[in-house]
Design a protein around this ligand. Structure first.
Ligand code: 8DG
Length: 140
């Protein structure tokens, strides 16, 4: 039985663009594009996990919005269940603590990047999403 890994990713929106990130090369899947995030810890909601991860990875506060989609992929190290949520930055320190590369991309550019396998359904959903209509819960 392979290990189940529950991961959350942030689809950060700004000026109609989406933040695509590459993790530091020494980390797992370092050559592929993904959404910033990480594993949900015991007792955490997905939203709290995302807020914690964005603080750890960028030193920034975010507001979490609606769910985008979930993607599942069986890697050799385990089965990743990745759920992505829309989010937006409240602060803009944007320190690249965990990433080697970040890029604000348009929806048209999504298909040009080589995404991690678990991200495929999320990337596909984003290509046709109406980003102007995304709702954010200002309370979280
Ligand atoms: N953050 C993130 N991880 C992804 C994506 N797609 C994908 O397959 N993954 C995989 C890579 C990792 O195996 C796992 C996330 O773990 P992580 O290493 O980022 O999580 P973490 O920071 O909480 O954990 P750790 O490095 O401290 O062990 O999910 C994605 O879009 N974003």
């Amino acid at each position: 039985m392979k290990k189940q890994i529950t991961v959350v990713g942030a689809v950060l929106l700004e000026n109609g663009k989406i933040l695509a990130t590459k993790r530091n090369d020494d980390r797992i899947l370092g050559t592929l594009w993904e959404f910033p995030g990480g594993k949900i810890e015991v007792g955490e909601t997905p939203e709290r996990a995302l807020i914690r991860e964005m603080m750890e990875e960028f030193d920034d506060q975010i507001i979490v919005g609606e769910k985008v989609a979930t993607g599942v992929h069986e890697y050799d190290f385990g089965i990743v269940n990745l759920t992505a949520y829309y989010a937006k930055f409240v602060t803009h320190n944007f320190d690249l603590i965990a990433h080697s590369k970040v890029e604000w991309i348009t929806q048209e550019q999504i298909k040009n990047l080589k995404w991690a396998d678990a991200d495929q359904t999320i990337a596909y959903a984003l290509e046709t999403a109406d980003l102007a209509k995304v709702k954010f819960n200002e309370l979280n």
